[in-house]
Write a protein that binds this ligand. Structure first.
Ligand SMILES: C[S@@+](CC[C@H](N)C(=O)[O-])C[C@H]1O[C@@H](n2cnc3c(N)ncnc32)[C@H](O)[C@@H]1O
Length: 394
């Protein structure tokens, strides 16, 4: 892996450095308890979600200008308003339907969605949130009380996937936050990338891949019709596969809107992409060394949307559509949302056009981010796919 030199990253402040030491100590103890090695997926899980310690579980600001990265709902309320138009189409067609948002982060998307659904006269009976971080749940609670007092009664936090859920599920940038396995293809077989404790930090190690990972690599090689070359290194998300299976188990009737940066399997495992798709975010600097700054930087991996589609179909869901975020926003009502543009002041117009550019331009979030919609029941394809659908590229 070619690492960006940590010297190009900003230095953590004193409090963050202490937090990082605490998380590193915790991971070291976990490594010692596991015979000196954690799989990368275990390392990523501890760094992000160790209770009270991990990046998402401890109290730092992650989202927005003061944090480490910006997501689409943080860029503009337009995102939530347009997603709400699509949700409304589904909610209106199913009696007693609800919304379930996974990984609600700062709570911004929930606020925009609920306000827009109210304006569209399509409020769900309840808006459920499944958020694994207790710290983020508490922040969401406080924010909704402050910014959404008239609708706060409709919001509930759930701790597990409901059964027989009817309605709309939404997840923005959750798939990329699920821990991934990292593997190395050798002529001798498939190896699992692991993390060990070394001198003052962490280091990579390899061991024979356990059965589920070896089987997943064999299956994707079978699908691609090639054997990956010696030393080819990449990721596979067993967690995403399991998460989609759980969603399929949970959904009675309705649609699942997934937004994330990702590509099809052919692009994901392209020959030139021989170092995988891990990306780390620290104070708005993106780099590819996940072993530094444990607990104070975000760790993500791009999504193989072909794998998501496979898991969905295996769970009995239909693929209702797949396209880029920019195609989704254009098909789902961006133009309608811009109708009042001429009446805005010049500074407001500049701000709004800046937001639209960030959400839709190819070099920003427009192309790398995709929207996949899964569904079950008598549902029409969402109108977002009226112009384009790239499902056949998966
Ligand atoms: C990158 S953040 C995205 C936050 C928000 N959706 C947004 O767009 O700003 C990932 C979120 O997913 C949550 N998360 C991670 N794994 C999850 C899971 N298995 N179920 C639900 N939420 C999860 C994290 O705690 C965090 O809130």
């Amino acid at each position: 892996m070619q690492y960006e030199q940590p010297a190009t990253l900003p230095q953590p402040d004193a409090l963050s450095a202490q937090q990082c030491d605490r998380v590193a100590d915790h991971i070291r103890r976990r490594i010692a308890a596991c015979d000196g090695q954690l799989s990368f997926a275990q390392f990523m899980h501890e760094a992000l979600y160790a209770p009270g310690l991990g990046y998402y579980s401890a109290g730092s600001t992650k989202f927005g200008a003061d944090g480490d990265f910006v997501t689409a709902p943080e860029v503009s309320p337009l995102f939530g308003r347009i997603v709400a138009r699509q949700c409304a189409e589904v909610l209106r067609g199913i009696d007693g339907s609800e919304v379930l948002e996974f990984g609600a982060g700062s709570g911004k998307l929930a606020i925009d969605l609920l306000q827009a659904l109210e304006a569209l006269d399509a409020l769900p009976g309840s808006y459920n949130i499944l958020e694994v971080s207790a710290d983020l749940q508490e922040r969401q609670r406080q924010r909704f009380r402050r910014e959404l007092p008239q609708l706060v009664e409709r919001i509930r936090w759930v701790t597990a996937m409901p059964s027989g859920f009817d309605g709309v599920m939404v997840a923005n940038e959750v798939l990329d936050a699920l821990p991934v396995e990292r593997f190395v293809r050798r002529d001798s077989g498939v190896l699992q990338a692991c993390v060990t404790d070394k001198d003052d930090g962490f280091a990579w190690a390899e061991r024979p891949a356990p059965k589920p990972l070896a089987a997943a690599v064999a299956a994707l090689e079978g699908d691609l019709g090639i054997r990956l070359p010696n030393a080819y290194t990449s990721e596979f998300s067993l967690a995403a596969q399991a998460w989609i299976a759980e969603i399929a188990e949970s959904l009675g009737q309705g649609a699942v809107f997934l937004f994330d940066y990702g590509v099809s399997r052919r692009e994901y495992y392209a020959p030139e992409r021989n170092d995988g798709w891990l990306r780390c975010h620290f104070r708005h600097h993106a780099h590819n060394n996940p072993l530094i700054h444990p607990g104070i930087q975000d760790l993500t991996s791009w999504v193989d949307f072909s794998a998501v589609a496979e898991a969905a179909v295996a769970g009995g869901l239909d693929i209702l559509g797949y396209q880029t975020q920019s195609q989704f926003l254009l098909g789902a009502g961006l133009e309608a949302e811009m109708q009042g543009f001429a009446g805005l002041s010049l500074p407001e117009q500049l701000e709004l056009s800046g937001q639209v550019k960030t959400l839709t331009l190819p070099g920003e979030m427009g192309e790398n981010f995709k929207c996949m919609v899964l569904g079950r029941g008598e549902l029409a394809a969402p109108s977002a796919f009226q112009f384009t659908d790239r499902t056949q590229t998966l």
